[in-house]
Design a protein around this ligand. Structure first.
Ligand code: NJP
Length: 244
């Protein structure tokens, strides 16, 4: 396809894998994250391989910065076909020890970042397009020592499912809205997370390859489904000893 695809959190992990896979499919890419240098390297790599990509430095928790990403996409490529809200962070720690500031930060990025992206993208998608929101297996289940993260991903699912009804069923706009729900994915997510625990946080095995999630995201851009689960969906063990 020659889709114009916007990806938030494109500097690492799932977002980066999605950018690379989309570039192979000849998509025109708008890559957003806070790390300007990392994005520039990725854009240089994609461009050197014959692809088209532009980097936009952006903190998704700031609505104006997210609107600037949409504006950059339209300015460079004339339209937006697919918008992927992928940026996210974690905070490891008990709910009674995570500071209010950290708890709010998780919601500012994971929830309000995705709200900002969805609302910035929708006006551009209404003639036909795909909005793809990265939730999680924990959008529907509990998980200890990542409680603020789990709560934010539940909020992501509630927002995404409600928005879908308004856009598809009330407006009858040809926008597909998909929630991607991966299991644990092999990315630097734990290293990027805040941590109140005495030891290095990690995610439980089995961890899937981020390219598997990228494939599900790009597939949803072409063949939308309401919820796309990726991974084994084995019941997450709540035995703390297996996690940390
Ligand atoms: O994590 P990581 P993943 N504004 O840390 C960016 C979900 N998920 O790929 O800003 C803008 O490698 C950050 O870039 P930078 C997860 O919840 C994961 O695993 O430059 N961007 C980086 O590009 C999240 O929603 C697993 O630091 C911001 C990216 O986000 C998504 O998958 C399982 C930002 C994070 O890359 C990608 O996570 C699951 C901000 N304020 C769902 N803050 C899993 N890994 O197991 C961060 O079910 N970023």
């Amino acid at each position: 396809s020659e889709q114009v695809v916007v990806i938030t959190g494109a500097s690492s992990g799932i977002g980066l894998a999605t950018a690379e896979a989309a570039a192979e499919q000849k998509a025109k890419l708008v890559l957003a994250a806070r790390s300007e240098a990392a994005l520039k390297d990725i854009v240089a790599r994609i461009t050197a391989a014959g692809g088209e990509a532009v980097a936009v430095t952006c903190d998704v928790s700031d609505r104006a910065q997210v609107e600037a990403v949409a504006a950059a996409a339209v300015q460079r490529f004339g339209r937006i076909d697919t918008w992927v809200n992928n940026a996210g962070i974690g905070i490891y720690g008990r709910l009674d020890e995570v500071s209010e500031e950290d708890h709010r930060r998780v919601f500012d990025v994971n929830y309000f970042g995705l709200v900002n992206g969805s609302l910035a993208a929708l006006p551009h998608l209404k003639k036909g397009g795909a909005l793809i929101n990265v939730g999680s297996e924990v959008s529907e289940s509990a998980f200890p020592l990542l409680g603020s993260y789990v709560a934010s991903k539940h909020a992501v699912k509630g927002f995404t499912d409600s928005l879908r009804i308004e856009v598809e069923d009330v407006d009858r706009a040809p926008v597909s809205i998909t929630l991607i729900q991966p299991t644990a994915v092999d990315t630097p997510f734990p290293e990027h997370a805040g941590n109140y625990l005495p030891n290095e946080p990690k995610l439980p095995d089995p961890k899937i390859d981020p390219r598997q999630v990228a494939e599900a995201i790009l597939d949803a851009a072409q063949n939308p489904t309401r919820d796309k689960r990726v991974g084994t969906m084995a019941k997450v063990s709540t035995t703390l000893a297996t996690l940390f």
